[in-house]
Design a protein around this ligand. Structure first.
Ligand code: ZN
Length: 68
């Protein structure tokens, strides 16, 4: 997987972390072309950022390769 720079589709913030990218792929699908930062992704999913963080930990504990 290449770590090219993405920007948030909603607010334009740079998405630089692997976990942020991984979460987009995990929640929106692997073929996702529009990426969102944590804040906007939480809005999209209608959950809080803290729940988003909990999901990352959950996916990581499952050994998902999209996260570090
Ligand atoms: Zn954003």
């Amino acid at each position: 997987m290449t770590l090219e720079m993405k920007t948030c589709y909603a607010c334009g913030r740079t998405i630089a972390s692997k976990n942020e990218m991984g979460l987009n792929r995990k929640l929106l699908g692997r073929g996702v072309e529009r990426f969102f930062c944590y804040g906007c992704l939480a809005d999209q999913m209608e959950i809080g950022v803290d729940e988003l963080m909990a999901k990352i930990e959950e996916f990581k504990s499952q050994g998902c390769a999209l996260f570090e």
